[in-house]
Design a protein around this ligand. Structure first.
Ligand code: SF4
Length: 310
C-alpha cells in the first residue's frame, strides 16, 4: 500500500512480501507468438520488436543459463539475493502443456528464485494451462501479465493486436477463478488515442479484480511498422510533460491496491528510435512525484473523492 510514494510501487510490494529487495529477471524461454508466426498475423503488433523489450530476447542461451548469469550479476552489483523469474519475451503460454511445464520447471533448480511471472496474450490461455500455472503458487509468488494495451477495440485493431477487449475479459475471469494474480499491460499515447479514452481505460480497469498494471509509453523501436509510420509523420508521440500529466490522471483513477509493476518504459538505446527522453527514468519518476505533490494527489485519490460525493 501507499507509504513513501504517491503510487504503490512494485519495489514496495516486493519488500512487503519478502522483507528485502527482490529483482525480476527477464528471460526468453524460446516461445513464439501467434501474432507473429502467421496463426493470427505475421506482422505482429505495430510496435513489436522483442529485442527492444527483453534483455535475452532472441538469445540462444538456455533458460537456466540466462537465470544463472543475471542472478550472479545482480548479486555482485547490487547485493540482491532473491529473484523473480520473468518469462517475458514473446507469448509465454503459447505451447503445449508438457513444454510449458518443462520450461517453467527450470526455476526449481534455483533456491533464490521466489517468484514466477509469466507474460502472455489473453488469447493464449485456457483452463489446463492455468491449472498448471496455479500449482507453482504453493512455492512461488505467481503472476500472469496480460498484454492488453487499451480497452478500446478500435485502437486494438489499429495496432494489430489481433484480439479484443472481450478476449481479455474472458482470460481475466478464468485466471481469477484459479486465484492467480493478474498484471495488465497498458500503453499510453497510442495512435489516435484521445485523452478521454485513456481515462476510460483507467475506469474500466479500476472495476476489475486485477492486482497490478504495467505502464508503457508508446515509443518507437527500430525495425517496426510503427517506425515507418513515425518516419512518414503519420503518428505523434506524447511529449514528456504530457506523459507526466496523463499517467497521474490514470493513477488517480485506479485503486491504491493495484501494484504499479512499472511506471515508465525503457528500451536498449540501440533499439530506441524515439522519444529520446524516455530512458531518463529517475528524473521522470521525480517529475511524476512532483506533479502529484503539486496536485495534492496520489494513486486512487479520485476514486475516494468520487465515492464521497456520490
Ligand atoms: S503480442 Fe507481444 S510478442 Fe506478439 S506481436 Fe504483440 S508485442 Fe510482439
Amino acid at each position: 500500500m501507499l507509504k513513501e510514494k504517491p503510487f504503490y510501487s512494485f519495489n514496495t510490494y516486493l519488500k512487503e512480501k519478502f522483507g528485502e529487495r527482490v529483482h525480476r529477471i527477464s528471460i526468453d524461454a524460446g516461445f513464439n507468438c501467434p501474432n507473429i508466426d502467421g496463426t493470427l498475423s505475421s506482422q505482429g503488433c505495430i510496435y513489436c520488436n522483442n529485442k527492444g523489450f527483453a534483455k535475452y530476447a532472441g538469445s540462444s542461451k538456455a533458460i537456466k543459463e540466462q537465470l544463472k548469469e543475471s542472478m550472479a550479476f545482480y548479486r555482485r552489483r547490487m547485493g540482491i539475493n532473491k529473484f523473480i523469474a520473468y518469462f517475458q519475451a514473446f507469448s509465454n503460454t503459447y505451447a503445449d502443456i508438457q513444454t510449458l511445464k518443462e520450461r517453467y520447471d527450470s526455476i526449481k533448480e534455483f533456491p533464490d528464485i521466489v517468484g514466477l511471472f509469466i507474460s502472455t496474450r489473453p488469447d493464449c490461455i485456457d483452463k489446463e494451462k492455468l491449472s498448471l500455472i496455479a500449482q507453482y503458487a504453493k512455492d512461488y509468488l505467481v503472476w500472469i501479465e496480460y498484454g492488453l494495451q487499451t480497452t478500446h477495440n478500435r485502437i486494438l485493431k489499429q495496432i494489430n493486436r489481433s484480439h479484443t477487449y472481450e478476449d481479455f475479459l474472458m482470460a481475466y475471469e478464468l485466471t481469477r477463478k484459479f486465484n492467480i494474480n493478474i498484471g495488465v499491460h497498458v500503453i499510453l499515447g497510442l495512435p489516435s488515442q484521445e485523452h478521454k479514452e485513456i481515462l476510460k481505460d483507467a475506469q474500466q480497469l479500476a472495476r476489475l479484480d486485477i492486482q497490478g498494471i504495467k505502464f508503457h509509453i508508446l515509443h518507437i523501436l527500430k525495425n517496426t511498422f510503427l517506425e515507418a509510420l513515425y518516419k512518414d509523420d503519420k503518428i505523434q508521440l506524447l511529449a514528456k510533460d504530457e506523459y507526466v500529466k496523463i499517467i497521474c490522471d490514470f493513477l488517480e483513477r485506479i485503486p491504491e491496491s493495484f501494484v504499479i509493476l512499472r511506471l515508465i518504459s525503457s528500451a536498449p538505446q540501440d533499439y530506441l528510435a524515439a522519444p529520446n527522453w524516455m530512458n531518463k527514468k529517475t528524473a521522470l519518476i521525480e517529475e511524476i512525484e512532483q506533479e502529484f505533490k503539486k496536485r495534492g494527489a496520489h494513486q486512487g485519490c479520485f476514486i475516494k473523492k468520487s465515492s464521497l460525493t456520490s
